[in-house]
Design a protein. Structure first.
Length: 365
């Protein structure tokens, strides 16, 4: 009986041991297969990672090349703009030397005024020519023919063509065309005006007939007083800021200029109540080197427009250093360097004459 029992136990133990070993082997095989599968996935992931890294490097290299290309293109545009600007000044010079009754204004003259006054740190690109035809309005054919005849040697490459008829409140539009390519190179806006004062400016050695600085400033103050200041004339915010620093500004003179031109100085409601909109438009201005911070400009102009916002404009003179208006009767304009030099020469000449007179008097004794 004991032998039977012992045999039975040994048989059961042997059977149990065999089943466990089989399961272990199956489990081991499954683990091995799983390991191989995971290793394959890991290898694939590494390969994909390497491919993505290579793509990132290629993209970075392409981005760098594209950035260099953009910078080169921008530099080329700047060079081209400079060449275009030179051509525009050459055209202004050619027209000035002719007998055409045209006086120039706008961005090109503003730039000459600023450079003449030593305010060349801020540069704004200009893409067109603005001018006044002085006197009776000519026919468009006569206007175009007069311009072409004034171009001189430039006629070999360029010609003026009419693009817009002038009207009661509309300037004449002229396009300057490159004869070789047919491409419109420059646009001109020409208003019809009565006789106005002008002065000669210089671009290098080229003489250019332009309106007086206060004429430009008065026009831009009118713009500053209305709604257009934040819609499509934000550039005038900067121009008034700069021009008021380089010319003597008398509030009464500005008022008189506006009246003669039929322009109205409005209430400045938009300037006072649309500061955020003006700032947005100002910050969007492109093609300006050295553009001042908006808050600096706005705070300056806030004080500058004070007399023009009054119902009766007083006779004041602007002091751009102290940001204040002074009574004209209490203000004495400082002598310019030219006046100082001239006075010094006169005094020196008088002293020389007096010295010679004393010497002659001594000899006669």
């Amino acid at each position: 009986m004991k032998k039977i029992t012992l045999f039975t136990l040994l048989t059961l133990l042997l059977c149990t041991s065999c089943v466990t070993k089989k399961k272990f082997m199956l489990a081991e095989m499954a683990a091995t297969a799983s390991k191989d599968s995971l290793q394959g996935l890991l290898n694939n992931s590494r390969e994909v990672g390497n491919q993505l890294s290579a793509q990132v490097k290629n993209l970075l290299r392409d981005t760098t090349k594209m950035g260099n290309s953009i910078r080169q293109y921008q530099s080329m545009l700047n060079v081209n703009m400079t060449e275009q600007e030179k051509l525009m000044y050459e055209i202004l010079g050619q027209i000035t030397t002719s007998d055409i009754p045209i006086v120039f204004k706008g961005g090109l003259i503003t730039k000459l005024i600023l450079n003449e006054s030593g305010l060349s740190s801020v540069q704004r690109t200009t893409k067109d020519i603005d001018a006044n035809w002085i006197g009776q309005p000519p026919s468009m054919d006569y206007l175009v023919d007069s311009l072409n005849n004034s171009f001189g040697d430039l006629q070999r490459c360029y010609k003026a063509v009419a693009s817009r008829q002038y009207g009661e409140k509309q300037s004449a539009g002229i396009s300057v065309i490159d004869k070789n390519t047919g491409r419109k190179f420059i646009t001109m806006d020409i208003d019809i005006k009565p006789l106005i004062d002008s002065k000669t400016y210089y671009y290098e050695q080229t003489k250019i007939r332009g309106v007086l600085p206060n004429e430009i400033l008065a026009d831009k103050i009118c713009v500053l007083s209305g709604e257009a200041i934040y819609k499509n004339r934000a550039k005038d915010v900067l121009d008034v800021f700069l021009l008021s620093k380089c010319v003597e500004v008398y509030s009464k003179d500005i008022s008189d200029i506006c009246k003669r031109a039929g322009r109205e100085i409005k209430s400045f409601d938009a300037f006072h109540n649309k500061e955020a909109e003006i700032e947005h438009a100002y910050n969007k201005l492109k093609g300006i080197e050295g553009k001042p911070d908006f808050n600096t400009v706005y705070n300056y102009l806030y004080e500058f427009i004070v007399p023009f916002a009054q119902e009766v404009i007083p006779n004041k003179m602007w002091d751009c250093k102290s940001l204040s208006w002074n009574d004209v009767c209490k203000t004495k304009s400082p002598l310019s360097r030219k006046q100082i030099n001239q006075n010094a020469k006169i005094i020196s000449h008088k002293q020389e004459n007096q010295s010679q007179h004393n010497k002659d008097k001594s000899k006669s004794r």
